[in-house]
Design a protein around this ligand. Structure first.
Ligand code: FES
Length: 118
């Protein structure tokens, strides 16, 4: 078993609401006990990343969604929602990405258990 498989085993699928409530071009924040997650619908594909900007403590859900990027509301860094990559300064650290699935019309995000090393 490789390390990715181990991480998946030590993770939980968290309900993120109805897929129909997240139309293409929209995003929202999910507050899990251990993690704030931004989930966005990018042209029909739900993608999830950490919601807190890696530069300072800003919620990316308050920023702007533009295609497959989100712009931080505080200083304007953009992040790619597909891979979490920080695309502009001042942010230099990439966002964590989370797997998303749809089950019976509901979005679910795979969030590592809080004591799992990342
Ligand atoms: S807090 Fe996000 S770019 Fe500064």
């Amino acid at each position: 078993m490789d390390s990715d498989e181990l991480k998946r085993e030590a993770a939980s699928w968290v309900d993120a609401g109805r897929l129909d409530d997240l139309p293409p071009g929209s995003m929202r924040r999910i507050d899990d006990a251990s993690q704030r997650v931004l989930i966005a619908n990018v042209a029909g594909t739900p993608l999830a990343v950490a919601d807190t900007c890696t530069h300072e403590d800003a919620s990316l859900s308050m920023g702007a969604l533009d295609g497959e990027t989100v712009r931080c509301p505080l200083h304007g860094s953009r992040f790619c929602l597909r891979d979490g990559r920080a695309m502009d300064e001042p942010a230099e650290i990439d966002l964590a990405c989370f797997a998303v699935r749809v089950s019976h019309g509901r979005l679910q995000v795979c969030i590592p258990d809080s004591d799992t090393p990342r």
